[in-house]
Write a protein that binds this ligand. Structure first.
Ligand code: PMP
Length: 351
């Protein structure tokens, strides 16, 4: 080994879902099958590209204002980043700086572990119960902070706000981050607890319900003090994170509430219909409240099913990790896409 090797920061990176270059039925990365709000297209058509010479607004002030109006909070209570991955990475760096371990579930968004490793933050995985649910009392112990998604990923299970509040209440001396990437498909957001708990940060994204994964827009809502700390770290890392196009498109997307709600309803309707169809085929589906379904079949091996689906250009997600090696995560696409998936599964099971 060369001497310099020992000084290199080595990390096992997060593995994102595949982005195939050919056209497939893409149910593997929880993208929205519908286009962004129509106003976003208008913005792009009228954009003055001469402005591309100039750096974007480092504070993304217009987008921050649009989000502050939407959530009825102050502009000093909103932080934006390049996708919620960027926001979450900044949150890890800013708020998890203790000798004590940060708590998160054993089955959850696999990026948490990667950020903890990258920043050398100690962490402890708390085991979800048999039904893959969070056990609040597991998060009562002394820790360096808490983070989990609600709904959780990849299970899709949503915890009611009283469960979330219980965890926040028992962790008043550390920061609790609720990752709400999928909350629009589920229920109440923890944003309504922001005024009550000064240790709470809620993170959301435009990648799912707002159909803009390719634009990379995420944000956090909290109190002015925590947002200031977050901005201080961001400006010590990279000032101009979100590009001009994303900032403008983001504003248009937030302002089209009607389109947003229609899209979310369509996906929820399709989800419930697919859940029933999969159950009829013998699958066992967790009660997902997100834009994906986590399912297993007692008679068919998940890894083989995953490969067979891929072979037929239907991409879903498979991890093969402990406790979930027999599960597939299937994103909710259009009704037509899901019909193709179901028809394939029916044929597969006849063999
Ligand atoms: N949190 C969770 C739980 C997710 O599943 C994802 C999507 N991979 C993200 C955050 C990040 O999404 P984005 O960076 O596109 O906002």
């Amino acid at each position: 080994m060369r001497n310099f090797e020992k000084n290199i920061r080595k990390v096992e990176p997060y593995v994102p879902g595949e982005q195939p270059q050919k056209k497939v039925i893409k149910l593997n990365t929880n993208e929205n099958p519908y286009p962004p709000a129509p106003k976003v297209a208008e913005i792009l058509e009228t954009m003055d590209i001469d402005n591309f010479r100039l750096y974007p607004d480092p504070a993304a002030a217009e987008l921050v204002k649009a989000l502050a109006d939407y959530y009825q909070v102050g502009e000093d209570q909103v932080f934006t980043g390049v996708g919620s991955d960027d926001v979450l990475a900044m949150c890890f760096l800013t708020f998890f700086n203790s000798e004590k371990p940060v708590y998160f579930p054993d089955i959850t968004y696999s990026f948490y572990k990667v950020w903890a490793e990258l920043y050398k933050i100690p962490y402890k995985l708390q085991t979800l119960n048999e039904e893959f649910r969070i056990v609040p009392s597991d998060y009562y112990g002394e820790n360096g902070g808490v983070i989990f998604p609600n709904p959780n990923a990849p299970t899709g299970l949503y915890e009611e706000l009283d469960v979330i509040e219980d965890i926040i209440f028992h962790n008043r001396d550390v920061i609790v981050i609720i990752d709400e990437a999928y909350v629009d498909f589920a229920g109440r957001s923890a944003v309504e607890l922001i005024d009550k708990y000064d240790n709470l940060i809620v993170v959301q994204t435009f990648s799912k319900a707002r159909s803009m994964a390719g634009m990379r827009i995420g944000y956090a809502i909290s109190n002015p003090l925590l947002i200031k700390y977050l901005n201080d770290v961001k400006y010590s890392f990279n000032s101009y994170t979100m590009n001009r196009v994303s900032q403008l498109c983001g504003v248009s997307a937030v302002q089209d509430q009607e389109y947003f709600e229609a899209c979310v309803h369509k996906i929820i309707d399709t989800r419930e219909w697919v859940k029933k169809k999969l159950t009829d085929l013998g699958f066992s589906c967790l009660d997902s409240m997100s834009n994906f379904i986590f399912a297993m079949h007692p008679e068919y091996d998940a890894k083989e099913l995953f490969a067979a689906l891929k072979e037929h250009d239907i991409y879903v997600r498979y991890w093969g990790s402990e406790r979930i090696e027999q599960y597939l995560r299937i994103t909710i696409g259009t009704r037509e896409e899901m019909e193709v998936l179901l028809a394939f599964l029916k044929e597969y099971m006849k063999k």
